[in-house]
Design a binder for this molecule. Structure first.
Ligand SMILES: *Cc1c(COP(=O)(O)O)cnc(C)c1O
Length: 442
């Protein structure tokens, strides 16, 4: 069994404890205590129906072995990953370039992978606890847009948990808000008169509040939970195996990044022996990570608002995991590269790639596309490269459509959610208001 240890040193715990705790008792983040070494040739077939679930099962088996969830692993991966994850070549691009489309889940962004995997694991743990412990979990989540919708969709309708989503009023895209507020039953959305930072502060305060933690069995589902990162390593494994089979070479990835959860999953996959070569972190104007790599001095900043809003992070929490993986700055510089892209360049890239390749990027994916376009020609030619597409452009139609001059078709999963009525409660950005709203019940 491979346990999980805290980035700050607390005793290692088994997988299911790490999933339930969310954050380690010493305030650090859980990371694998060791990385299993996988042989690429030992993986099951990486393409075709069910391939992601099969690859994930093989990749994650060493973490599940010996844990109470071990017998559930195959069921968890097949239930959590029941949507496609295509790798689509871009003909005519400089170098060998493919796009890894992570937006075919229920809420059309990559957060669906982590949210569904975590929800399925927590469901299996609830089943093991059985009827003896009838207390429902209350999943509290603060969101800047995509996480809340993915978590709501993943936990909607389960009998063992309630979900409370906090989002900043007026600061998420109209379709993101719809995905946060279209649920009935066990999911409630609170529209907070404040910023994302206020929402996050209220969630932290709720966990520390004796009144709320006495009344509710609180649990969290944000990206500090290791149960959201492990499943993300699986799509990097699958994509890199597919690339190796098609091109006989290791894949290099460009990853649109904010809080660094997605890219840490990529680096974990590389550490576990998958055929992954270079990794480029593509950031928007929130330059904390590119500047840190450049100067060697870490400096958290307040976040600035950009077109790629799900990446507006000034103090990425998963940097702690990245630094544990590469403790020395020179080692980190050799392991990854990080660039920053302006809003102006995002707009130009969306226009240009639509005109050239008929591809429509969401603003986040466009940050990655711009980072790729700025690589030296020799570097592009030394691919194969994979651009990670983090969301469907239809989620951000109000930005994308004026740039490409045509409507973006809405995927059917998203269209279904857009047709549902909204249900939300507006609250002040204070713990007292959250307490009252939670106690009022659905
Ligand atoms: C969350 C998100 C990102 C950033 O991912 P991190 O894991 O926070 O680096 C990028 N694009 C989209 C669409 C997202 O929702």
């Amino acid at each position: 069994m491979i346990p999980f240890r805290s980035t700050r040193g607390a005793e290692p715990v088994p997988l299911s404890r790490a999933l339930e705790d969310g954050i380690a008792k010493d305030g650090g983040l859980y990371v694998p205590a060791q990385f299993p070494q996988h042989l690429p040739s030992a993986f099951p077939e990486a393409s075709g129906e069910g391939a992601l679930a099969a690859v994930a099962e093989h990749l994650l088996a060493p973490f599940f072995a010996g844990d109470v969830l071990s017998p559930d692993l195959a069921g968890i991966t097949s239930r959590a990953f029941d949507f496609p994850v295509p790798l689509v070549e871009v003909p005519g691009a400089p170098g060998k370039l493919s796009i890894l489309e992570l937006f075919h889940g229920p809420t059309a962004a990559f957060k669906d992978f982590g949210a569904r995997f975590l929800a399925t694991c927590m469901g299996a743990l609830a089943a093991h606890r059985g009827a003896s412990d009838g207390r429902k979990l209350t999943i509290l989540v603060a969101t800047s847009g995509d996480t809340g919708g993915a978590v709501a969709a993943a936990f909607h309708g389960v009998p063992w948990a309630e979900v409370v989503v906090l989002y900043p009023k007026g600061l998420v895209s109209p379709r993101q808000e719809q995905q946060l507020t279209c649920w009935d039953g066990n999911v409630r959305a609170f529209s907070v008169r404040g910023t994302f930072d206020d929402c996050q502060r209220m969630v932290k305060a709720a966990f520390a509040d004796p009144e709320l933690s006495g009344a509710f069995a609180l649990s969290s589902a944000n990206s500090i939970n290791v149960g959201r990162l492990l499943p993300q390593a699986a799509y990097y494994a699958k994509a890199s195996l597919e690339v190796q089979r098609a091109h006989g070479a290791k894949a290099s990835f460009v990853v649109p990044s904010g809080n660094l959860g997605n890219v840490v999953a990529c680096l974990w996959a590389r550490r576990m022996g998958l055929p992954i070569d270079r990794v480029v972190l593509a950031h928007n104007e929130n330059r904390t990570v590119p500047d840190f790599l450049h100067t060697g001095q870490f400096e958290a900043r307040p976040s600035v608002a950009t077109l790629a809003s799900a990446m507006d992070v000034g103090n990425p929490s998963n940097l702690e995991r990245l630094r544990v993986l590469y403790p020395d700055i020179e080692e980190l510089r050799a392991a990854v590269r990080a660039v920053s892209v302006s809003d102006e360049a995002i707009r130009a890239r969306i226009r240009q790639d639509h005109a050239r390749y008929r591809t429509i990027h969401c603003p986040h994916t466009a940050v990655g596309a711009e980072a790729y376009a700025n690589l030296a020609p020799a570097e592009q030619a030394s691919g194969p490269w994979v651009l990670v597409s983090t969301a469907h452009p239809a989620k951000f139609h109000e930005i994308v459509e004026p740039l490409v001059g045509e409507p973006v078709p809405v995927p059917s999963a998203l269209a279904r959610l857009l047709a549902l009525p909204q249900r939300k409660t507006e609250i002040a950005p204070e713990l007292g208001a959250l307490r009252a709203a939670m106690r009022a019940g659905p």
